[in-house]
Design a protein around this ligand. Structure first.
Ligand code: PLP
Length: 397
């Protein structure tokens, strides 16, 4: 190095030495590519004879460590990170469906997934039917043995927190030669592990509870090794690999996942109970409430709670909704969910914006409905703010 000039030195000085003992937390490997000792090593690493990294898009240490961690939490053989929840969902669909195949999709699927099912599947010659996945008979009628290759469900639906007939769906799908893919974003593996109930692939928007702090955009898929290998290859081909820093942040988020989910769940239960007894509220949708259509199923499948999400309808329609959100001091309008702060969103203007009004009404998403993502603050403070919102809505009325 000594003989080199400053401009060359500036590029090469301070090369990282591998530490002799392990760091207490995963370091961030923010590198786009890796160095080979010689051409023998190139061959050995490419062929898999020797472990090693090549190029960021093929997978880096942070993305792999994060996906391994989620796979362990979900009880899966393998997992792979993705650039977003939607990248994970598209990968799960596109690697298991080809032209001529058929998919059955839960009717109240996330808006982004709805768009993929209605636009991208037909463009690939894949048929899909939406069904009420809480209704085992409707699922049975929709699944076409030999033709249906994917049954796509959500663990807790947005925004009404409905729970699908998962065990029946798994049984019928497997009999028909289909796999079950489940988006478990609203639940997280701290509360619900779909593979334990027979599902084949689990996808998450890591952007939500897994990252947990409102600073990550990423996705993940976990399941059997053969399915994940296909998913990994597709993600690499389409350039949808999880970036290093997102994976690093998300893995840091995982460390507090169980603690957060417990507080999110308790806060949502308390908020649901408060709203259910409050004036000016027409309906509250949360599985902890006895009137919820899957109350009993929730007690069995989600014994530790259903996470921080709930929705409610105000008696005064859109005018009440406008006054309510204006009256809030703590809770911000945010079109995401699952972070430490409590946030609220208006589904007709956000997640369900692209869904035709008649279909929206059919799904139970109307102009009176607000979706709340309970954070990890002190529960009483959330309820005080909800009370402020209700007072503002009442004054307006
Ligand atoms: N699945 C669910 C249930 C979601 O709520 C979202 C986003 O809101 C997604 C998937 C898509 O995730 P991302 O925005 O990370 O692509």
């Amino acid at each position: 190095m000594n003989a080199r000039r400053i401009d060359t030195l500036a590029v090469h000085a301070g090369a990282l030495e591998a530490p002799v003992n392990a760091p207490v937390s995963p370091p961030l490997y923010q590198a786009s590519a890796y160095v080979f000792e010689d051409l023998d090593e190139v061959e050995a690493i490419y062929s898999g004879e020797k472990p090693g990294k090549i190029y960021w898009r093929y997978g880096g240490p942070n993305g792999e460590a994060f996906a391994r961690a989620v796979a362990e939490l979900e009880g899966a053989q393998d997992g792979v990170g993705a650039a977003s929840g939607m990248a994970a969902i598209c990968t799960a669909l596109f690697t298991n469906l080809r032209a001529g195949d058929h998919a059955v999709v839960t009717r109240d699927v996330y808006g982004g997934t709805h768009a993929v099912v209605t636009q991208d599947l037909p463009a690939r010659g894949i048929e899909a039917d939406f069904v009420d996945a809480c209704d085992a008979a409707a699922l049975a009628a929709a699944i076409r043995p030999g033709k249906t290759k994917v049954v796509y469900l959500e663990a807790l639906t947005n925004p009404l927190l409905r729970i699908p007939a998962l065990e029946e769906a798994v049984h019928m799908a497997h009999e028909a030669g289909a796999i079950v893919v489940i988006d478990a974003t609203f639940a997280s593996p701290a509360l619900f592990r779909p593979l334990e109930h027979g599902a084949d692939l689990v996808v998450h928007s890591v952007t939500k509870y897994l990252g947990g702090h409102g600073d990550v955009g990423a996705g993940v898929i976990v399941g059997a090794r053969a399915l994940i290998e296909r998913a990994r290859a597709y993600l690499v081909r389409t350039g949808s690999t999880i970036p290093h820093f997102e994976a690093w942040l998300a893995q840091r988020g995982l460390r507090t996942l169980a603690l957060r989910m417990e507080r999110h769940s308790r806060n949502a239960e308390a908020a649901a109970a408060f709203l259910a007894g409050a004036g000016g509220v027409a309906r509250v949708h949360h599985p902890s409430l006895p009137g919820h259509p899957q109350h009993e199923l929730a007690r069995r499948l989600f014994p530790e709670g259903c996470g921080g999400m709930l929705s409610f309808e105000l008696a005064g329609g859109r005018a009440a909704v406008e006054a309510f959100v204006r009256g809030l001091r703590l809770i911000a309008i945010v079109h995401s969910l699952g972070e430490t702060a409590t946030t609220i969103s208006y589904s007709v203007a956000s997640s369900h914006r692209g869904i035709p009004a008649a279909e929206r009404e059919f799904l139970g998403v109307n102009e009176s409905l607000l979706r709340l993502s309970c954070g990890i603050e002190r529960g009483d403070d959330i309820i005080d703010d909800l009370r402020r919102g209700l007072e503002a809505a009442r004054e307006k009325g």
